[in-house]
Design a binder for this molecule. Structure first.
Ligand code: 13P
Length: 246
């Protein structure tokens, strides 16, 4: 299976800096041997579409509404994302779970909406530091993924999972390759039990992945790629991670 390196820009960028960043990436990316994607704020998806169409880099959103359409002010539906040819939609990022109260069930519905629109959801799971210290890591990530398995049934083979320990996000504290691998193996087994095609499901690691630590994380047997925050805002760093995945 090809690896996937996906950038999550979070709430960063503007028209001018996005263009400069994407052009710098395209100038140097060559023909990557892994899948590559950038997830921008929704307002800039049209810009990514025009800059990236026909290139080796796909694009995606950072969220999608759990609703199909209608009176939901401020929401963006999966079919709207499809209009802009999004290949991916991140769902259930810990920042959305934490700051927007997204429940496991809401995240599962979002994953279902994306799949219905032909968009691959990148479903984020991960424990907080307190949960890790209380030895709850496995139970937490399994519960988060179980909600999605329950909602999407056999379509579970069509999702991407991202394991993002909350304590490693934006902190510079990366999980060790062994810590990450341990959780990835648990997720892999859970998917294998629920899926007809578990070999299709990429499980990404996210949380302070950077140019220096990417190779050792990506060499673990169950780490199929990365979801990259801060380092996706620098072309050279992001491309080094892409190369480490090749
Ligand atoms: P950082 O790479 O900045 O730690 O962010 C990880 C992340 O949350 C990606 O979704």
């Amino acid at each position: 299976m090809k690896k996937l390196i996906a950038g999550n820009w979070k709430m960063n960028g503007d028209l001018a800096s996005n263009e400069a960043l994407v052009k710098a990436m395209l100038a140097d990316i060559g023909t990557p041997s892994c899948n590559v994607a950038l997830c921008s704020p929704a307002l800039y998806l049209g810009q990514l579409q025009s800059l990236l169409k026909g290139s080796p880099i796909a694009w995606g959103s950072q969220d999608v509404s759990a609703q199909e359409k209608g009176a939901f002010t401020g929401e963006i539906s999966a079919t709207m994302l499809r209009d802009f040819e999004c290949r991916y939609a991140i769902v259930g990022h810990s920042e959305r779970r934490q700051y927007h109260g997204e429940t496991d069930e809401a995240v599962a519905t979002k994953a279902q909406r994306a799949l219905n629109a032909g968009i691959t959801p990148i479903v984020c799971v991960g424990e907080t530091l307190a949960q890790r210290e209380a030895n709850e890591t496995e139970a937490v990530v399994k519960r988060q993924l179980a909600a999605v398995i329950h909602a999407v049934g056999h379509c579970i083979s069509e999702i991407v999972v991202a394991y993002e320990p909350v304590w490693a996000i934006g902190t510079g504290k990366t999980a060790t390759p062994e810590q990450a691998q341990q959780v990835h193996a648990v997720l892999r087994a859970q998917i294998a039990a629920a899926s007809e095609h578990p070999e299709r499901v990429q499980i990404l690691y996210g949380g302070s992945m950077n140019a220096a630590n990417a190779a050792s994380l990506l060499s673990q047997p169950d780490i199929d790629g990365g979801l990259i925050g801060g380092a996706s805002l620098k072309a050279a760093d992001f491309l080094q991670i892409v190369r480490a995945a090749g």
